[in-house]
Ligand binder design. Sequence first.
Ligand code: ADP
Length: 346
Amino acid sequence: MTGSSPRDIALFTALISSLAVAVIVCGVSLIFRGTVNWIETGFVFVLSFLVAWLIYYKALQRFIYDKIKLIFRNMHAMRVERDAFKLDMNKDVLGDVNKKVVNWAEDRMAEIKDLREKENFRKEFIGNVAHELKTPIFSIQGYILTLLEGALEDPNFNRKFLKKAAKSVERMTMIVEDLDTITRFESGTMSLDLEKTDLTELTREVMESRDREAEAKDIQVKFNKNYDRPVYAKADAFRISQVLTNLITNAINYGKKGGTVTVSFFDLEEQILVEVEDDGPGIDPVHLPRLFERFYRVDKSRSRHQGGTGLGLAICKHIMEAHRQTFNVRSEVGKGSVFSFTLAKA
Ligand code: ADP
């Protein structure tokens, strides 16, 4: 009977019952009349079969439907689609219900897994924020206490400690501003101001603003070729300058002393591909899939020491996603890294 529909079960049971009735009628007829009236017996058989089938079918339908309705109602309380209530009583109802319940359970499992991942991500993120803010807060606290305990009166130390405390405040402000930028991108409240932008001019300005850092490490920041004509793209100039600043600053910070940072533009059919390449130590492939995550760092202590918030690449990714463009990295240990993004041509 596995896989049978209520209709089949009702038919089978009605057949057995009506056969039993027919046998009883034959028996009674034999006892009282000494003979069997086959027409009468046939009529009783057909009639009892029809009545039994109707009763069984309806009862079974009611019973199964009531039970299933209960299951679905409970599932519905946990969001089950309306369609799931539609059952075909002429088919294998229980098998059908089983399939629907299994599908529903699988969907819920996937949802739970997703929620768990988000919850872990949220916990990790809060932990990271606390950790990042702890360092500057503790150092500000330290400097203030030292000043209060007497260093304030010491002209050799008071300005020095105040300057150090101010530097830590500056770092905290940077972290909070970067977090605010990410939150605004994630909540969709950050709007872009797209305009025709000359990428060569924008890059030149960023390169000039990084002159001091580059000089300090004897790094040459240059274009791959002489761009004597503008390269126009549809972009939010301020945000793209933020991306370029981040990539060029990283290339200088993590690049090797005396190295080179090269910015190139490539003409794709409908887009411009921008690449920022360095000849630094490169990044191990194991880090690449997580590199654009908030606070992800390859060399944790070194990067933090170099002053980065650990949010730069996450912001770049958000900016490029908001432009509906790509943002990528390729890197080879010992050879260097290439960070690239595309922009629509203007
Ligand atoms: P940070 O503020 O730490 O620089 P980013 O999000 O800008 O944060 O970068 C994340 C990490 O990626 C850095 O800490 C560094 O480990 C690695 N990284 C970024 N750019 C480069 C690069 N050009 N070469 C090597 N490592 C890099």
